[in-house]
Design a protein around this ligand. Structure first.
Ligand SMILES: [Zn+2]
Length: 187
């Protein structure tokens, strides 16, 4: 979690002390979300139905890095203690209860988490381009069904963000840099 440490240096000690929770919920919709423990530490929860749909470690890294990115970017505070489920695959229970004007903002935060998450996954030794296959599957299955009223972005948009992040990571690596997600494009 070096990206977290770099960003949280000024924030305090426990900001990167993650707890991972796997909830056994075989009949529930696939689900992942981020919360804080009662003492303020970041918690990432994935349920077993989402885990069952992931095909390899790169895809798992994409999910966990996305949730970690919400923490790293301070999205919980920015969304008023949002503890929403995240939609990675068609049929997920993704979305949170928000006023309509909050939905576009919610989608922007999701894309920001995808952008930062790609850097976290790559820095952790995983392949974010391969991990993005979960969005590829979602795009294929979901087709044009994604609604503008959804709190989650269109899977094809998420693929574009990850592709842009992968390109930026490659650019920084080629320049001899350690990839950092500072220079996010306008999302
Ligand atoms: Zn998310």
């Amino acid at each position: 979690m070096s990206i977290c440490a770099e960003r949280a240096a000024a924030d305090g000690l426990d900001a990167c002390d993650f707890t991972f929770v796997l909830v056994e919920a075989p009949t529930a919709p696939p689900n992942a979300f981020q919360t804080r423990s009662s003492d303020g530490k970041p918690v990432i929860t994935v349920n077993s139905s989402l885990l069952a749909q992931l095909r390899d470690d790169d895809e798992l890294a994409t999910v966990l890095s996305h949730e970690a990115a919400h923490h790293v970017a301070g999205h919980i505070d920015r969304m008023n203690d949002r503890t929403s489920p995240d939609a990675f695959l068609p049929g997920d229970a993704g979305g949170y209860t928000a006023q309509s004007d909050g939905r576009a903002r919610g989608r922007a935060l999701e894309l920001e988490a995808d952008w930062i998450g790609a850097f976290i996954a790559e820095r952790s030794g995983y392949d974010p381009a391969h991990g993005a296959n979960i969005f590829e599957r979602a795009a294929t299955k979901q087709g044009a069904k994604t609604s503008r009223t959804s709190s989650h972005p269109d899977p094809s948009q998420r693929l574009e963000v990850v592709a842009a992040a992968v390109a930026e990571i490659g650019r920084q690596r080629s320049a001899g840099l350690t990839p950092r997600p500072e220079s996010a494009p306008a999302l």
